[in-house]
Ligand binder design. Structure first.
Ligand SMILES: Nc1ncnc2c1ncn2[C@@H]1O[C@H](COP(=O)(O)OP(=O)(O)OP(=O)(O)O)[C@@H](O)[C@H]1O
Length: 510
């Protein structure tokens, strides 16, 4: 007997343009009840635009949407909720000054007879959803006090509170810890079993293989192919090559290595050093050196204190004690301005808050930290700025509808490329990197890795944090393992591998 699978959501010939540039060129999707359908494509391919149309955010488009065979046209996200559509956005959209529970139930706060908010019920309802997905955040906590990973879990809870039938997940895992991803995937499995239709966007192949039923590949706004993973028997590595080839249009034989070659020799010249950095409750007596040509990875579990150390070096956070040396000379950094003046840059994990200025263009953002280099006789040299922008658009393949586009209108991955360009262009002596490739497609990742390697080869001391272990292993010449605020081990060269890293952490776990 043929199994009849119900199509819950269908898009027909969806086309969308921004300012005369077509970014979706006729998309026909069929999302079935009880399936996780992944959208895969390079940064700027049109994935978010497509699901924003389904969610009623973009209403000016050509084509049709059907839910359970009925034609619909979501007018706005509220309308989409009424049609049974729920979405988790790529960029977090919570209100920091409200409590967690108020954010989850915003616009639907339970009221008492006298019209005031029924906080008791609000917190209880919120706690019930949290319990379902094992979240331990307090419903009355202010969102501004939460880590990015916790904020993302709150976004997911908010989506679940709508009990939607069609669920749109735009890179929901980009800031989650491994544990958070596991909790999310368990929830997604449950939603699938309950017959929901789920669209999932991710750049991480291990996530695609873990939960997707089918994958549709988009390239430059065009629908390239749909692969049914449940019918594929090839090993994941082979499937990955096939998907990358579909995404990029590169022949499978021509897809190169993801990571550049590591430094052959590291000189003895110490470029950067920190001594005895201590901040009670966060990190304790952190000391290390970075030599010329070296990429050093700071590795550890979430909460090990890595981001805090990096933020203190950059002057973003204070520290109780500790000394900093650049090229052998002691330096004092009280704030990020001092750090930048001394040639220290930070690619931060939170691109929205501190990475770029959304209301400015690409040129202004890329030249933000090097503005003095482009000043001649007191005037900004526009030609120099433009050249720099064009260089980076080319080097990192930044997809934009025009050179004049505002950075806030770029796709998420392309915004991240602008942040990275800004710091690569700054000719830093020390570059601190926290989660550099969040939301970046696989091809752009390899280009960014090569640029980081080139910087190190040219004398920049690089200190990197990433939650993606393969990235840390693939790039670092030396890894410092941090656990509970202390450096517990140092690994060099081939000794930087999963087993040694995990052993170092667990040997020091209580
Ligand atoms: N509001 C907007 N105004 C102008 N152009 C836009 C707007 N939103 C998106 N675009 C453009 O549409 C194209 C597709 O962007 P979209 O965000 O859909 O890509 P994506 O596939 O989701 O990429 P990523 O993987 O980086 O998130 C990009 O060129 C982007 O610059």
């Amino acid at each position: 007997m043929v199994r009849v699978t119900e199509v819950m959501l269908e898009t027909k010939h969806i086309k969308k343009a921004f300012g005369g540039i077509t970014v979706l060129k006729g998309i026909n999707l069929e999302i079935k009840k009880g399936e996780v359908h992944t959208l895969l494509g390079a940064n700027g391919a049109g994935k978010s635009t497509l699901i924003k149309i389904i969610d009623g955010i973009h209403t000016d488009f050509e084509g049709e949407i059907f839910i359970n065979g009925e034609r619909v046209r979501p007018k706005n996200p509220n309308d989409a909720r009424l049609l049974g559509i729920g979405m988790v956005h790529q960029e977090l959209s919570l209100i920091p000054t409200l409590s967690v529970a108020e954010n989850v139930f915003i616009g639907r706060l339970p009221k008492l007879a006298n019209g005031l908010v029924n906080f008791k019920k609000l917190y209880r309802d919120c706690a019930n959803i949290f319990e379902e997905i094992n979240i331990t955040i307090k419903p009355n906590e202010m969102v501004k006090n939460l880590s990015i990973a916790d904020r993302q879990m709150v976004e997911i809870a908010k989506m679940l509170s709508h009990q939607s039938e069609i669920i749109l997940l735009d890179e929901p895992t980009s800031s989650l810890s491994d544990d958070g991803v596991e909790r999310l995937f368990k929830t997604v499995e449950k939603l699938r079993e309950n017959g929901k239709a789920i669209i999932f966007i991710t750049h991480k192949f291990e996530e695609i293989f873990a939960i997707s039923d089918r994958v549709t590949v988009l390239r430059d706004g065009q629908q390239i192919d749909t692969i049914d993973l449940n019918m594929e028997t090839a090993p994941h590595s082979q499937l990955e090559t096939k998907l990358v080839s579909l995404m990029t249009g590169t022949h499978e034989d021509e897809i190169g290595e993801l990571y550049p070659k590591k430094a052959k020799e590291i000189s003895d010249e110490v470029v950067f050093e920190v001594q005895d950095y201590t901040q009670e409750g966060k990190y304790d007596q952190i000391s290390f050196q970075i030599k010329r040509g070296e990429i050093v990875g700071l590795v550890g579990l979430k909460g090990a204190g890595r981001t805090e150390v990096i933020r203190s070096i950059f002057g973003r956070d204070t520290k109780q004690s500790g000394r900093t040396f650049l090229n052998g000379e002691e330096i004092t950094i009280k704030n990020p301005r001092d750090a930048i003046k001394k040639g220290i840059g930070l690619i931060s994990e939170d691109r929205k808050e501190e990475g770029f200025v959304g209301c400015l263009g690409l040129k202004e953002n890329i030249n933000l930290t090097t503005i003095m280099d482009t000043v001649t006789f007191g005037l900004i040299n526009k030609a120099k700025e433009t050249k720099k922008m064009r260089d980076y658009i080319k080097k990192l393949n930044i997809r934009t509808t025009s050179e004049q586009a505002l950075v806030r209108n770029l796709s998420g991955g392309n915004q991240q490329k602008v942040v990275i360009s800004k710091w690569l262009a700054a000719n830093c002596k020390v570059l601190l990197i926290d989660e550099p490739t969040r939301g970046i497609d696989v091809k752009a990742k390899s280009e960014i890795y090569q640029l980081i390697r080139d910087l190190a080869d040219n004398g920049t001391a690089v200190l990197m944090i990433t939650s993606e272990l393969p990235e840390l292993i693939g790039l670092s010449d030396r890894a410092l393992v941090m656990h509970e605020g202390k450096i517990v081990n140092e690994l060099v060269g081939d000794a930087i591998n999963d087993e040694n890293i995990m052993n170092s952490i667990f040997k020091h776990s209580a």
